[in-house]
Design a binder for this molecule. Sequence first.
Ligand code: DGJ
Length: 758
Amino acid sequence: MITSENGVFHLKTKNYSYLFRVNEWGVLEHLHYGAPVLSEDAGALACKPGLGWGTAIQLAEGEPKSCLNALALEWSGSGRGDFRETPMELRDAATDFRFESSRIVTGVVPMQSALPQARDAAHTLEVVMAQKEAKLHLFYTAFDTVVTRRAVLENCGEEPLEFSKLMSFCIDLPGCFEMTTFHGTWNAEMRLHRQAVTGGAVVNETTMGCSSNAHQPGFLLSEPGASENCGVVYGFNLVYSANHYASAQKSHQGLTRVMQGINPANFRKTLAPGEVFETPEAVLCWSDEGFGGVSRRLHDFVNRHIVPKAWQFRSRPVLYNDWEGCLFDFNQARLLDLAKRAKKLGCELFVLDDGWFGARNHDKAGLGDYNVNKKKLPNGMSGLADKINELGMTFGLWFEPEAVNPDSDLYRAHPDWALTDQFDPLYCRNELLLDLTKPEVRDYIVQSVTGVLDGAKISYVKWDMNRPSVAVGVKAHEYILGLYDVLRRIFEPRPEILLEGCASGGNRFDLGMLCFAPQIWCSDDTDPIERLTIQENLSYLYPQSTFGAHVSAAPHSMTLRNTPLTTRGNVSFFGCLGYELDLKHLLPVEETEIKAQIAFYKQYREVFQFGSFNRLSDGEKTLWQVSGDHLHIAGLYHKLVHAAPGYERLRLTGLKKDRRYHVTTRQQSIRVGPFGALIKHVSPVNLNPNGMVLRTADRHMTMPDGQENFTASGSALHTGVMLMPLFGGTGYNADQRTQGDFGSNIYVIKEEPLHEGN
Ligand code: DGJ
């Protein structure tokens, strides 16, 4: 609900109130974003500057309440006495927009540009601010768990209007905060950093042309002392995939100014008379239930209002992707062999990754030429897709449509289509980006991709993009508008195709892409121990239904770490499960384990993908819990083990304290090979740990690992129930967890039905 009474605007749902007002100078004063309150609380919540602070500029002399620098504002300008960071810079001049009008409309106000936006809201408030030659339209949309904001600048004058900065929103939150941001690089995405916000602005920004793995656009502001489940935390994000900027700065008066939008670096744009410029939609979320509370509200928002409607709460298939198994080395026979194996294991979707077109036999050639390589696929794409379909699997395909190799027919025909600047071309992974600001380039991409999609039965697309951009400022923005146009033209008429976003892994994990792609490849690093960090930190901002999470070979190609197959599965379960390794080389025991993993995941995938997510990790171990109505699943992961380990408890959350729950462990088995020389102590004959007998046994034989099977009340599970012991070096039996380094377990916790008399 949104109300506007006596100059007080109130966005209100059962989860929050967002309150601001127009003061007597036409300035928008921020009053409150937090727990639901009454509109009548406006006066109590407003800043009270009293006699003001010395040397402060006042809009009206002798009126401390008109001192912009001391007020909590919803927007600000420059050169008019507010010396905190400004959300807009216009024509190297002062800016001073004042309230003109407002209206409340049903639903969302559609973007006029190609920018994507959240859908299906009840109401939007538009506040129009004006200064002589320009208008600023501030849009506020009230979703159940978040507020979204965006700003639109309109040139109402007779002259061109130049600007170099226009944020999507600006807000002054009373209080002190710590800012949590996520930084990284290829293969090491989403490293969490937390720092205090003080008088100097803390900035989170990228100029890479993509939202980037270097600086994820989503961030959090928490009150000092906030924890996973307690305390006030705000979450912010941008429905945008190019250069972003955000800052937080605390003022002397104890107000924290926060803003986010398109990065102003090199940004300079001129609006013709009558022209408008739209900023991307920003998402603001509040919770007083700590980081977990804000994450769950953001998850709900993404699942309901961001991902395409056709995929809203729709199960994602278990996929097999040939990339890590084959790289560029495949033909139809090899693919079909893999597909048969994948089908036997339980996979539902077979994805052919890079290398199927043009001269793309390595990453130096062919990008841009989407004609099927007939040497590899003699029956064409439809021939392959039909055969995969006949096996009972759907078929998906990889593209990197935004890029071109100089060694390609496309580049030879249209060298001017590459995105360049006045300097020598700069390559990355031997490729250039195509200039998506050009309509003919966008048409080419739409035609070549849809030509392939409509020529074969394709139900999934992986949309890759493997390099930072050389486009700066406005060009980077126009490029991303071009991409959104292309995605809309290809996928809106084909809503049944499941699109997975990918940019060398997580280089474009953002809300803009999620408006088109319900899931995104988190990282090329599929080492499960690395994924514990990447997926856990992504979960601060995004739901597990959006994580592409695959089981790959061990030792891992990025870390050389050897991890148990069970743990690789147990980590990938908390996302959209896939397999990405050469199935031909699986041992019989590994085939058995993968079959069991897929069957288990299918049984519980709703709760894995869409259940509410809880981070329960501590310094020693990672613990994740997903919860549905009467079913909870927990994943418990160890890193390096210690000798003679002590007791370990399983401590869950969100259960009904007075109900009983049945707890079981997903049955896991133990390989005999890793016991090496120890085997001779239990076997009647003295076996060589590297000998044939033990190697053969290791291929075919496993021993059952300990499996919990007990009932306990929700209250006991909250307190922490005792788990069976970890291997302590004193022997093996099936009542302990015999796991070694990087071991893990999955616990299924089912609420027991109420019996009569209960
Ligand atoms: C980078 C992606 O992240 C990988 O998964 C794979 O698709 C390769 N590109 C293919 O070139």
